[in-house]
Each structure stands twice: as C-alpha cells, then as structure tokens.
Design a protein around this ligand. Sequence first.
Ligand code: KIV
Length: 286
Amino acid sequence: MTENGRTKMTTVKLQEMKANKRRISMVTAYDYPTARVVEEAGVDLILVGDSLGMVVLGHETTLPVTIDDMVHHTKAVKRGAPNTFVVADMPFLSAHVSIAETVRNAGCLIQEAGADAVKLEGGREMLEEIRALLKANIPVMGHLGLTPQAVNRLGGFKLQGKDAESAKRILHDAILLQEAGCFAIVLELVPAPLAEMISERLSIPTIGIGAGAGCDGQVLVIHDLLGITNQYIPRFVKQYAGLYETMVDAVRTYAQEVREGTFPGPDHQFGMKEEVIAALKRELQP
Ligand code: KIV
C-alpha cells in the first residue's frame, strides 16, 4: 500500500487490468513538480519519455537525448512520484551498440535513477536486447508504430501501418514482443482498427498514443495535455487545460508590476525593528 492509500502498480497488476478490461492511464513527466502533480492525480503509470528532448530541452527530435539525460530526469521524477510505477525510455543508440552496453544502460535507469521498468523502441530487430534485459530482471515495455528515434529512416513523424504489408509487420512485431516477454507495448500513431486488432490479439496491455480507443490504455505527453505549449499540437492530443496563456499572463503581470514598483508590496517583504533601523542610520552618519 502506498502513502496515498493505493496499492503500488506492478507489471502483474497491469496484466490483471487488461484481463479485467480496466483501462490504463499513463502520462509523461520529466521533473519533480510535474511528477508530484501526476502522482496526486492518481495516474497508473509515469513515462519519463525521451520526448524530453523535444518538450523540455527544445530539440527538433528525440535523437540528442542521452542516457545521462534520462538518468538525471528519471531521478527527479522518482523524487516527485515515489509511489507511482515509473517507466524510463532507453534513448537513441543506448540499446544498439552491444548487448552488454544495452543491459548496463538499462541498469543505470533502474539502479541509479530508480525506474521500475524501461521502454525500448522497435520490433523483431530488438528481440535479443529485450531477452537480455529480462534475463537481468529488467521489465521491458515495447514501442511500435511511429518510433520517433527512427524519424530519419521513416521520413518524418507520420502515421504507420496504413497499408496491409506494414500493418501486418506491426501486428507480427507486437506478437514477437509479447513472446519475448514485454509486459506492455506502446502503439504510437497507427490506425485505430490496427491498434484494436493488436489489442484483441495480445494478452499484454497496449498503451496507445494516436492509436484510437481500442487500446488497453492511453498515454499523452504532459505538456500537450496541460497546454503548456503554444507550438504544434498533433490532432490526436486532447488538451485538458490551456496553461501556456495563463503562464504568459502571470509572468507579464509580474514584469509590469516590477516596472511600476507595485511588486513587492507590504505583504511580500520583511520589516525590521525600529531600534535596529536607528542603529543602522547612526552607522551611516558621517
Ligand atoms: O517519449 C515519449 O514520450 C514516448 C511517448 C510519446 C509514448 O515515447
């Protein structure tokens, strides 16, 4: 049982949720204050996604994100959400150089940063790595469809699995990931009927983003969900708040009040005893 009275999420409970047709909520977080919000809101899973590179660090893709970035941000998220199951992304190249390096990198996310599981992009080509991680008792979430680390090969952030051949490949990859031992699979930017078929075929949960309502769970990037950005928002995102304008207005008002001299007012400063002021004034006399 956690401090907020919920029982802590596990990979086994996620399978039970799927079996009992209970939908799974996942949201990204990259820092301490956001993780606190997500934990208080009672979300099932937090993803420290390598979308960090785009959403928080201002890069155009996720490719510049390193394992050190992921460790740094996952640590902050764990401090903010100690009672929530945290999945940390394996960033670009961190699972591609060698099996030994893959296990060591994932080990840093678990042992040093405190993640409960790792997420790995890719299908059949990643089976050896997935098996090695499971051998080291590191739970693995798969990621199929649009895999943003392959953006240059895919030619952009585009819908995947539109034709029969590519849809079949994604379906078969999903089955292979389940057989290899993944506890769940993210399906990103695939047609809703394909995601529904995959979800029906698998016994492990699918977590969709831009993959329709037939998935066993959903994930959104927290900045998109809260509207903490005025940049491009994909069509599949629902914004539950529009915090960007609120934040700009608040900062603009603050700057204006500083210029006018109305901030800080009496409520936002500290006084001094009269005798101390008098002593200081005496000190200043020539
Ligand atoms: O990095 C990320 O945030 C992700 C989600 C979009 C699934 O992989």
